[in-house]
Design a protein around this ligand. Structure first.
Ligand SMILES: Nc1ncnc2c1ncn2[C@@H]1O[C@H](COP(=O)(O)OP(=O)(O)O)[C@@H](O)[C@H]1O
Ligand SMILES: [Mg+2]
Length: 235
């Protein structure tokens, strides 16, 4: 048996932090586990990531955005996720298809039925066994992200005091991208969309309050994954 675990939630809720901690916990406990992220996780998908998140594309059509995410996902599933699951491993993924439904569906108003069809085409129908949803009020998440972006920018400026280099642009920041910059109402629609999906399919989701300390959250996530781990053979 294999296990496919995804992290979802609004910006700044701690998905990347907790996905990393979970992968480390699993590997230290002797399980075959890898961590990947969306969009990205393969060289081709990372190239698509740079394109789709770049703040200079202020007029990208929602359909274009949707198909780019689907393209990055198709490559990640084919090149990384499916092969590792077929070996009986655990794949931890920082965002997956639910992000499409939340962001392009509930956030941008794309038709959810069509999004499900595109996603099925891109993934061959692969669905997570377990999805950890880290919930955080939108304003708290966005201010965490902005803090993270500003700290990174200061670090970059310390590391690169070369006068002929332009300062890092907000559009190019790993921690503040084209989608983060959308209005608060959009992020509210995204969060409400997640809550609606969870209500419709409660068995797959584990909902956790992300306002607590990192360590507390990690302990809760590890507890939530234990039943699913019973089916995985340690290395
Ligand atoms: N439990 C937490 N409490 C406070 N700050 C946190 C917590 N978890 C993560 N952070 C900080 O919030 C910012 C966003 O975290 P990150 O894991 O990148 O979120 P996401 O991937 O969901 O956008 C980072 O600066 C991170 O250090
Ligand atoms: Mg992240």
């Amino acid at each position: 048996m294999s296990l496919f675990v995804t992290f979802e939630g609004p910006e700044g809720s701690g998905k990347s932090t907790q996905a990393r901690y979970l992968k480390e916990y699993l590997q230290n406990a002797g399980y075959p586990a890898i961590l990947t992220r969306e969009p990205g996780g393969t060289p081709i998908s990372d190239a698509v990531r740079r394109l789709v998140l770049d703040g200079q594309w202020t007029s990208m059509e929602p359909t274009t955005e949707t198909l780019l995410f689907a393209a990055a996902r198709a490559q990640l599933v084919g090149e990384v996720i499916m092969p590792y699951l077929n070996l009986g491993g655990i794949v931890v993924c920082d965002r997956y298809a639910d992000s499409t439904y939340a962001y392009q569906g509930y956030g941008l108003g794309r038709n959810l039925t069509e999004l499900r069809e595109i996603t099925r085409f891109a993934t061959g129908g692969l669905q997570p066994d377990l999805t950890i949803y880290l919930d955080l009020p939108v304003d708290e998440g966005l201010s965490r992200k902005q803090r993270q972006r500003d700290e990174t920018r200061e670090l970059n400026q310390l590391a690169l005091p070369l006068p002929h280099l332009p300062p890092p642009q907000p559009s190019q920041s790993e921690h503040w991208n084209r989608l983060d910059a959308r209005e608060v109402a959009y992020h509210e629609r995204v969060r409400n969309g997640y809550l609606e999906m969870i209500a419709a399919d409660p068995d797959r989701w584990q909902v956790l309050d992300a306002r607590v300390d990192r360590e507390v959250l990690t302990t809760q996530i590890i507890a939530a994954i234990q039943p699913a781990l019973a089916t995985i053979k340690p290395l």
